[in-house]
Design a protein around this ligand. Structure first.
Ligand code: PHE
Length: 444
């Protein structure tokens, strides 16, 4: 069968495109701010490099070896009981559900690009009003942006691995990196830079707690896009001779560097204007726009660069959440790629409306269950329950179920015995314990 496959660089860009997203530029800075800075960053780095990377390598291994959709992958790679293990591959449903709300947030980013081109709110109070109006009242704009984002996602995936995913990422990822470098250089010139640097890299345990550890661990999973069959599916389009250990290390480093650079940029801007780091989720959509305004017309330029970076990062992640479902429909149900892409996007577009309208005050009565909006339920169920379960499945499958000779043949030549043993130990013991801890904490 002739299949389109990633080139080496194409895979690295696509996988980092998925990993680097709103999580890196929006969420990482605000959770770091809330948890006091340096000490949290340290624990986050340990979680990403130790636990996250181990699962990433394992998921990539499953994908490359099976060379198929996620369900077939678990079915064929298990030594016995394939008919049961195939259910682990249903983790692609997590990414499918995320497809219904992640592009809504991307829509907010598009709105902020528009605001940066026109007028930014001049005070934090005004900025709060602007954001809440968009979120709770302005469904026309939100539906419009959501529609545009979904069309881009559907179209890109319909083009296939090489001319869709690879091409898209080959343009957007280098552009994102250039934008971030530009803004980083600008932050060097700001008065707040040294304070931002100390805040991020000098461990400070004042606001750090047991909860911070759990948040760091949970974010390590989300930020690497593991546990939802994305990395598995992308890896199934790798060439036979690719070195998955090396590509995993590069992607994890890239994801981490980009989060740290985003943190430096955001905190330099914040400290320059004397704002507090612990602003929560509103940091990027409320606090920053008001500061950009203070910077005068140059502030508009920085605002545009900032929100365009956020858009690029979010787009490459959004396309990655569609691919696992499309691959599944293509392989198992023999649907053509184009049909699979457009039908899935359309279904999730309609389903996503429930999330979108659950934020709109005028309509949301029917969309709030047990005090949580539909939007927040989906976020909670996917990131706090399904995602950790998916990661657990990958770790247990590679740690205990898959043929060790197959794993060794693939990884030993690249990792060496010591590193391989450490990795296996992490998968078998450290990952399951940490995931269960995160889940009990978040659900309990
Ligand atoms: N890794 C992405 C980020 O950091 C998050 C993501 C979640 C990506 C779900 C795809 C799907 O933003």
């Amino acid at each position: 069968m002739l299949k389109s496959r990633f080139t080496r660089i194409g895979f690295i860009l696509a996988a980092s495109g998925s990993a680097v997203g709103l999580g890196n530029i929006w969420k990482f800075p605000y959770i770091t701010g809330e948890n006091g800075g340096g000490a949290f960053v340290l624990v986050y780095l340990l979680s990403v490099f130790f636990i996250g990377m181990s699962v990433f390598i394992a998921e990539s291994l499953i994908g490359k070896k099976a060379n198929s959709d996620s369900v077939t992958a678990f079915e064929t790679l298990s030594l016995k009981n394939g008919h049961r293990w195939k259910f682990t591959g249903l983790s692609f449903i997590t990414s499918l559900l995320i497809l219904s709300y992640y592009p809504i947030v991307l829509g907010w980013v598009i709105h902020y690009i528009y605001l940066s081109l026109t007028t930014l709110p001049s005070t934090v109070q005004e900025a709060e009003g602007v954001f809440l109006t968009l979120l709770k009242k302005d469904y026309t704009s939100q539906v419009l942006y959501f529609t545009v984002a979904m069309i881009v996602v559907g179209y890109t995936i319909a083009q296939g691995v090489k001319s869709g995913i690879e091409k898209f990422n080959k343009f957007l990822m280098p552009s994102l990196i250039l934008l971030l470098i530009g803004m980083l250089v600008y932050s060097f010139s700001l008065d707040g830079f040294s304070q931002a640097f100390t805040f991020l890299f000098l461990p400070n345990f004042e606001k750090f707690s047991g909860e911070s550890v759990i948040i760091a661990l949970g974010h390590a999973f989300l930020t690497l896009s593991i546990g939802m069959a994305i990395i598995l599916t992308y890896s199934s389009s790798l060439k036979e001779d690719s070195n998955i250990f090396q590509s995993s290390v590069i992607v994890v480093i890239m994801d981490t560097l980009i989060a740290l650079v985003a943190g430096l940029i955001v905190f330099s801007i914040l400290f320059t204007s004397g704002a507090q780091p612990s602003q929560g989720p509103g940091l990027v959509f409320i606090t920053l726009p008001a500061i950009f305004y203070e910077f005068g017309s140059f502030g508009n330029v920085i605002a545009i660069l900032f929100f365009v970076s956020l858009l690029f990062a979010g787009l490459t992640s959004s396309i990655s959440v569609l691919e696992p479902t499309v691959k599944f429909l293509e392989h198992r149900w023999k649907v053509t790629r184009a049909k699979a892409s457009y039908y899935t996007v359309f279904a999730m577009y309609l389903f996503g409306m429930l999330s979108l309208f659950s934020n709109i005050t005028e309509f949301n009565e029917m969309l709030i269950f047990w005090d949580k909006k539909f939007f927040d339920w989906l976020d909670f169920i996917t990131s706090s329950i399904m995602l950790p379960l998916g990661g657990l499945g990958v770790a247990i499958f590679v740690g205990y179920i898959m043929d060790k000779d197959v794993i060794k043949a693939e990884l030993l030549p690249h990792m060496g015995v010591k590193l391989y043993n450490l990795w296996m130990f992490t998968l078998r013991y450290v990952v399951p314990v940490s995931i269960l801890a995160v889940m009990f904490y978040e659900v309990g």
